[in-house]
Design a protein around this ligand. Structure first.
Ligand code: SF4
Length: 510
């Protein structure tokens, strides 16, 4: 797809808007590689009242154009004015061209609840916030209600945290085999899996330094999250070594939450979960993704529904208080009938958390070549599946508490975490909404140092420190305590300096 934009318009933001109506579109740098089938042309001007944008969309022979305005008098920060004007113009042109209204309107960012959160934090009530999302960002009633509900849950959770709190993320980027849709960095071959012992030794050094730094800063750890990959790929002995070291570094009994991702049912056994419980783990994730063996085979999950049920039973018997179950809507091979059955079966198990993701094809996934089949304007069955999941889970005692969106998701849909009352996954919320600093350890882990100001709705400044992505790079890094502490201290100094620095900003936030 071709994008032509005038002065004052960020071309990447224009691409994001174009994808509302052209899901899965490619934007080749070399014009010769473009198929000439679609185009967005946009311009922007500043007037006395605000910004005026003009957008023209073409799909094959069909064209449509429209204007979009942002007025300085609207009360929305002027820093968002250009984007709003352009968004409104593209939305109107797309609506005319295709006769559809994307349910998320022009809210294109990763964290859609952020805008609602700012409204609520500034004193707007639920109704006013919902109406604002509908009128200014064109959200459908369903999405505006979801977004406002999640923002209210997050705000409640945020107000229960104290300013001296932080969280810790620990990465175990290894899996027993690779799922066909996966784009995470995760080692799966026997040769690479043989690195686990060396990796663990280095990781323990980093974990020690991270906790020492947290102590030096006078901070209190609210939550720990061990993610991956599949952390339960570790043997009993390795898992015990890791969890025991964490227990030496911090008082795990005072944590608000301690999560161990067990992800793949084929890595779970009673002994591992007994160790986890004894070492203070309070939340575990066991993920079938689908409760259909046909779908599991299509997506290369290498386990069956029976394997999941066996693992889930082990998790229940382990006594770990919160179990999360992940499902994915819109998977290849899935349809509404299979998905709704999957969801019903999971709801019958009544785990404390259910997370419903929308299928997303990422660059390195084996499904990429099929992506044009997967992305249909309007989202196909996936839209029905997501709607069903939200209705069913609300009707069975769950509330949405966590929400994010990704690029290239089927139907431009969302990922939603649901929880029984009081069982919300704290780490998920603080990490997604950047409520406090999260210190990362391990390959691919990102430390996010966050400074909040007076404004309750958004972080003032965020500094990211990114670890080497691949385990083999990580194993070559300088993880001496001196080097680690110096890196973290430099980050803390940078985030404490006046002024804002937001790295890798969410397009919607700027
Ligand atoms: S279990 Fe998760 S991280 Fe591992 S290969 Fe499958 S999708 Fe990727």
């Amino acid at each position: 797809m071709k994008i032509r934009v005038g002065e004052g318009i960020n071309p990447y933001y224009a691409q994001t808007l174009a994808m509302l109506f052209f899901p899965g579109a490619k934007f080749p740098e070399d014009p010769a590689e473009d198929d000439g089938q679609a185009e967005l042309t946009a311009s922007l001007e500043e007037t006395e009242e605000g910004y005026l944008a003009h957008a023209a969309l073409r799909a094959g022979e069909k064209t449509a154009q429209a204007d979009g305005r942002y007025l300085f008098s609207e009360g929305i920060p002027v820093s968002r004015g250009k984007k709003l004007a352009l968004g409104r113009a593209v939305f109107a042109a797309g609506k005319e061209l295709f006769g559809i209204q994307p349910p998320w309107g022009i809210l294109t960012g990763v964290r859609p609840a952020k805008v609602a959160m700012e409204c609520l934090a500034s004193g707007s009530g639920i109704m006013k916030t919902r109406a604002f999302l509908r009128s200014e960002y064109f959200l459908s009633l369903k999405k505006a209600t979801l977004c406002t509900g999640v923002a209210a849950a997050e705000l409640k959770l945020k107000r229960s945290l104290t300013p001296d709190m932080c969280s810790v993320y620990i990465s175990i980027p290894f899996c027993p085999s690779r799922c066909a849709y996966c784009s995470f960095v995760s080692y799966t071959t026997p040769r690479l899996l043989s690195l686990i012992d060396d990796y663990l030794d280095l990781l323990l050094l980093e974990i020690r330094s991270v906790f020492r730094h947290i102590e030096n800063q006078g901070k209190k750890v609210a939550s720990i999250y061990i993610g991956g990959g599949t952390p339960t790929i570790l043997s009993e002995e390795q898992l015990k070594k890791l969890l025991t070291e964490i227990g030496r570094c911090t008082d795990v009994s005072s944590l608000l939450e301690f999560t161990l991702e067990a992800g793949r049912p084929d890595t779970i056994n009673p002994e591992k979960l007994k160790i986890a419980r004894a070492c203070g783990v309070t939340r575990i994730s066991v993920n079938p993704q689908s409760m259909s063996d046909v779908v599991l085979e299509t997506i290369g999950r290498r386990h069956t529904v029976a394997d999941f049920l066996r693992a889930y039973n082990i998790a229940v018997k382990s006594g770990i208080g919160t179990i999360n179950v992940d499902l994915i809507a819109g998977l290849p091979g899935d349809n509404f009938t299979r998905f709704s059955r999957s969801l019903d079966r999971v709801a019958e198990l009544a785990p404390q958390n259910v997370t419903v993701h929308s299928f997303c094809v990422k660059k390195s996934s084996d499904f990429l070549r099929e992506s044009t089949e997967i992305y249909r304007r309007g989202g196909g069955d996936a839209v029905k599946c997501v709607d069903y999941s939200q209705l069913k889970l609300r009707n069975t005692g769950y509330k949405p508490y966590y929400l994010y969106r990704q690029k290239n998701t089927v139907g431009n849909l969302e990922n939603v975490g649901f929880a029984k009352e009081g069982k919300e996954g704290i780490y998920n919320v603080v990490m997604m909404e950047e409520y406090h600093s999260v210190y990362g350890a391990g390959a691919g882990a990102v430390t996010r140092l966050v400074r909040w100001g007076e404004d309750e709705g958004r972080a003032e400044k965020i500094k990211r420190i990114i670890n080497p992505k691949y385990p083999y790079e990580y194993l070559r890094g300088d993880f001496s305590e001196r080097a680690l502490l110096a890196r973290l201290e430099e980050g803390e100094r940078a985030v404490a300096l006046p002024g804002g620095e937001e790295l890798a900003p969410d397009p919607q936030d700027a």
